[in-house]
Design a protein around this ligand. Structure first.
Ligand SMILES: [Zn+2]
Length: 307
């Protein structure tokens, strides 16, 4: 496709994926192909290709209506989906696309996992990435992109994020909001970004709903002044104030919030995070020491790839 002749303005974005994992998986035969309005599916069997295509169309319609208030118009070219589906495969996905002069095109999606998780978690996650790309036509902050896409997964996948979050916060892997909001690329260790992004997204959607969350992101991206955007949209004077309010909510076991349509996992009392549960830099003064500690910590750890 023409997009492969990248110019400087061309840059491929998308869900950080399981590139390494996908390469490690023996390539299943994708002998079957099925075409829907917006997708061309390559899968191991005709039945799976058809099912993935039909479910993908349903998710596209449902999720775009939920997030944007209306169904997205059909794409001018279908998005190819390569589906590796087998019971033993871990759930994951990759979606890449190109932004160029305010347009988004050259979709490419890979989904991997058991049939159930591909249909109920990987497809909605990856399709939400495409909805955001079409809506914003620019890359979102990573925490918000991955965080929001994770909120539409199956409860079992969400539960993994919720439990990982507590582990990360207890072991000093929490990401200060000043750093989190500035991240445009994936950090070497991505799982804390996913877990924290998911939780923070759920916390913000819980205040005023999904549409208000997208308004907040669009407004913040205009000038990258997230302190201003957080103050105007959510009433917190600073990112630190938001961070500590979110941490208090996590410490309380993440009670269901008014704006949530699909509550996440509420921790049982036995799981409630007793101290310490921290994010470095819970005050502006503390935050100044953060960079070096974070960089050192991450240099010593290998990256873990999810999606
Ligand atoms: Zn993703």
């Amino acid at each position: 496709m023409e997009a492969h002749s990248f110019r400087a303005s061309h840059r491929r974005f998308g869900c950080f994926a399981l590139v390494a994992l996908a390469l490690a998986i023996p390539q299943a035969a994708h002998s079957a192909q099925f075409r829907t309005t917006n997708f061309v599916i390559h899968a191991p069997t005709p039945a799976l290709a058809r099912e993935v295509g039909e479910v993908a169309e349903r998710w596209r319609k449902k999720l775009s209506t939920e997030w944007l208030g209306k169904e997205m118009p059909a794409w001018s070219r279908p998005c190819p989906i390569r589906a590796d589906i087998a019971p033993h495969l871990g759930a994951g996905g990759v979606t890449t696309f190109v932004f160029d002069r305010g347009e988004v095109f050259d979709w490419n999606m890979q989904v991997t996992g058991s049939r159930e998780r591909v249909l109920d978690s990987v497809l909605p996650h990856e399709i939400t990435h495409t909805i955001f790309a079409c809506h914003f036509r620019q890359p979102l902050p990573r925490w918000a992109d991955e965080g929001a896409c994770t909120t539409v997964e199956h409860a079992s996948e969400i539960a993994k994020q919720e439990h990982l979050l507590i582990r990360f916060l207890k072991t000093g892997k929490g990401i200060p909001f000043g750093k989190l909001f500035a991240m445009k690329e994936y950090p070497p260790e991505v799982l804390p970004l996913y877990a924290q992004g998911h939780s923070l997204t759920r916390f913000l959607i819980g205040q005023h709903g999904q549409a208000a969350f997208l308004d907040f992101l669009g407004d913040g991206m205009r000038d990258e002044n997230w302190r201003r955007a957080v103050r105007e949209h959510y009433g917190h004077e600073s990112l630190f104030s938001l961070q500590n309010s979110w941490l208090d909510w996590v410490k309380e076991g993440r009670p269901v919030l008014a704006g949530e349509k699909q509550p996440g996992v509420v921790l049982a009392s036995a799981e409630l995070p007793a101290a310490p549960i921290t994010v470095r830099g819970q005050s502006p003064a503390e935050n100044t020491n953060y960079e070096s500690a974070y960089s050192r910590a991450n240099r010593s750890r290998g990256g873990v790839i999810r999606r």
